[in-house]
Design a protein around this ligand. Structure first.
Ligand SMILES: O=C(O)CCC(=O)C(=O)O
Length: 252
């Protein structure tokens, strides 16, 4: 199935995002979408990631990446149907589709909790080289399972850096330092923030005594290698429950 047919079958249409939302995303490189998750679904997801982290223990995250001071999980596509919404939600897909200009598939679906006293990351892009403004390869969405506050390690972004044609490590003396233009993505739990992964971004320090939990549903162009090879990992029960349209988004 063609990607655009899959998106249409999943409910994506022109009216899904307003002209203002598209302009904000183009200009700033990110777009908060409030209220995507109901409180019941958000709470059930939070319980499930806690359970999976306990079950997987030291191995958690290893399919993709582990990071000191965080709990990470990978391959959530195959670990519970509750996460299907992360690659099938029409408003989120519309925003990803807007950034990647109709050429998209899921790259990976992961979880990251910044643990108390940890979580600071250098500003980075999720791409190995600089790109021309508008010529984007990757786009992420961060699903807030906890409220993001100024204290608990909310993601920071540099608005407009998606259009700079530069990467932070090439131009900043210290990409880990606070940046004068940084915006903290503070928002209620249940919000999804779509961010162009060429926008400079990174986790901040969690100064509270509770983990800051979020899912990363990450997309790339169809001709690019996925962060997790979805065909290699997909399980029969996942294929059995997903529509052809959802399978097209995974490229399985
Ligand atoms: O979880 C976050 O706040 C951002 C994480 C991030 O950018 C990364 O792990 O590359």
């Amino acid at each position: 199935m063609e990607t655009q047919q899959a998106l249409a079958e999943l409910g994506v249409n022109e009216g899904m995002l307003s002209a203002q939302e598209k302009a904000f995303l183009d200009e700033n490189g990110y777009l908060p979408l409030p209220g995507i998750l109901s409180d019941a679904v958000r709470a059930a997801m939070a319980r499930r990631v806690d359970e999976l982290a306990a079950i997987e223990g030291d191995k958690a995250g290893t399919e993709v990446h582990q990071e000191a001071g965080t709990t990470r999980l990978s391959d959530l596509v195959n670990k519970d149907p509750i996460f299907d919404i992360c690659f099938t939600h029409p408003r989120v897909l519309a925003a990803i589709n807007h950034v990647l200009k109709g050429n998209l598939k899921l790259s990976s679906l992961n979880f990251r909790a910044a643990l108390p006293g940890h979580g600071l990351q250098a500003l980075h892009c999720d791409w190995g080289s600089s790109v021309e403004a508008g010529d984007y390869y990757v786009c992420n969405s961060i699903w807030l399972l906890d409220e993001f506050t100024a204290e608990n390690g909310a993601t920071r972004v540099i608005p407009g850096s998606n259009r700079s044609g530069k990467r932070p490590q090439d131009v900043l003396a210290d990409p880990s330092a606070p940046h004068p233009d940084q915006a903290l993505l503070t928002a209620p739990a249940g919000t999804v923030v779509v961010f162009n992964s060429h926008t400079w971004h990174g986790g901040t320090l969690n100064r509270t005594d509770q983990p800051r939990r979020a899912l990363h549903s990450y997309f790339c162009r169809r001709d690019q290698k996925q962060q997790l090879d979805q065909r290699a990992y997909v399980r029969p029960e996942t294929l059995a429950r997903l529509s052809e349209a959802a399978q097209t988004i995974l490229d399985v």
